[in-house]
Design a protein around this ligand. Structure first.
Ligand SMILES: [Zn+2]
Ligand SMILES: [Zn+2]
Length: 387
């Protein structure tokens, strides 16, 4: 790392821990947004609020160049009761920064400070603080509010901390990076009755079990083996007692894919299987199918830029080309569908047994703050070189 900013590190750690103490859910990041705006206004950024409700963009111009770059941090937390036991644990009951967005926000605020201090770039930097990554697609909401018309960006970049990657490693990948996500709720409508008199009922549990088993054949029998696909039934609720056949059974399914044609085929097959299985048992099924985030697809030139820069900044031995995309999803997908850019991972592993993201004992690794902060500074300055 060429940039020295150890004088800022205590402050950036304090910011991260402050954010950690006051987590807010997507589109309710009111105090978080106030806090970020306060910090940035002080630094001389032009702050525009209210994009995607609680989102904001901080703009800093320097020199005469007309190039521009966007860097995004997500700012929302999750409905999880924290169990870390750290002294800066969440003070907002039932809410927690369990995905490290507190770290993402702190790193971008840290970079904002250093970029404003150094003024070693020529062009325009837009720092995009995005709400609701976890639930409501804040990236899409900001775009719908004119993000890229009001703040034109030649390219956009985003990162996520990853406790499964070795500490300090930067993981890049050209092309498919994160999957598209859809979800589906299935309700089998049966006819309840006495558990000892099944012949007088239509048992939705047996029908639901058949549907669940048949859904397993989509990935194995319908989709090309080289097209990554997941169909997971994550919830199956029916009945209360051993001797009562319930009226209905409910299933919740998450569906992941990359190729838009595969995505359509998955929906078609899920509907066909659910309806066909239910009909074979003389029952009906209610299907509520919702399309979620698009697949996150990294652009080649911008990914090459991140890889080359990372090799210079953290060292070639710490930069990996990820062998395969993640089946997780990310609403940065919408930004990459609008503008060239790249989304990459920053390794934050402490031990071989770290709690994963979204775990009640997850806590962003503060030792990674200097790396992420420094990397954003280097990225902005390299993308908009001073004359
Ligand atoms: Zn998350
Ligand atoms: Zn996240």
């Amino acid at each position: 790392m060429t940039i020295q900013f150890s004088n800022h590190m205590a402050e950036i750690v304090a910011i991260r821990r402050h954010l950690h103490q006051y987590p807010e859910l997507g589109l309710s990041e009111f105090n978080t947004s106030d806090f970020i705006a306060g910090e940035l206004t002080e630094l001389g950024y032009r702050v525009t609020r209210g994009l995607g409700q609680t989102g904001l963009v901080a703009t800093l111009k320097n020199g005469t160049g007309n190039r521009s770059v966007g860097i995004r941090a997500d700012i929302d937390a999750l409905p999880i009761e924290e169990e870390t036991g750290v002294e800066y644990a969440s003070k907002n009951k039932g809410l927690m920064h369990a995905c490290g967005h507190d770290g993402h926000t702190a790193m971008l605020l840290g970079a904002a400070k250093i970029l404003a201090e150094r003024k070693n770039f020529d062009g325009t930097i837009h720092l995009i603080f995005q709400p609701a990554e976890e639930n409501f697609g804040g990236a899409k909401l900001m775009i719908d509010d004119g993000l890229f018309e009001r703040f034109p960006c030649d390219a956009v970049f985003g990162l996520h901390n990853d406790p499964s990657l070795p500490f300090g490693q930067i993981g890049v990948k050209e092309g498919p990076m994160m999957a598209a996500v859809d979800e589906c709720r299935l309700i089998v409508n049966g006819r309840g009755g006495h558990g000892a008199e099944p012949q007088d009922t239509s048992d939705p549990i047996v029908c639901g079990a058949s549907i669940i088993m048949a859904l397993q054949t989509i990935a194995s029998r319908n989709i090309h083996p080289l097209d990554p696909t997941v169909v997971t039934v994550g919830a199956f609720h029916a009945g209360m007692a051993s001797n009562v056949i319930p009226e209905r059974a409910e299933m919740k399914v998450t569906i992941r894919s990359f190729d838009p044609n595969v995505r359509d085929e998955l929906e078609r097959r899920i509907r066909m299987i659910a309806e066909g299985q239910a009909a074979s048992y003389g029952m009906s099924v209610t299907i509520d199918y919702k399309r979620g985030y698009e697949a996150t697809i990294n652009h080649k030139a911008e990914t090459d830029f991140v890889r080359d820069l990372a090799r210079r900044v953290v060292g070639a031995d710490k930069v990996v080309d990820l062998p395969r995309p993640s089946m997780g999803s990310e609403d940065f997908a919408y930004m990459l569908a609008e503008r060239p850019g790249s989304y990459f991972l920053l390794g934050t592993r402490r031990t071989d047994n770290d709690p994963p993201l979204h775990h009640p004992r997850f806590d962003f690794n503060d030792d990674a703050l200097p790396i992420g902060t420094g990397f954003w500074v280097e990225l902005a300055e390299a993308y908009l070189p001073a004359r």
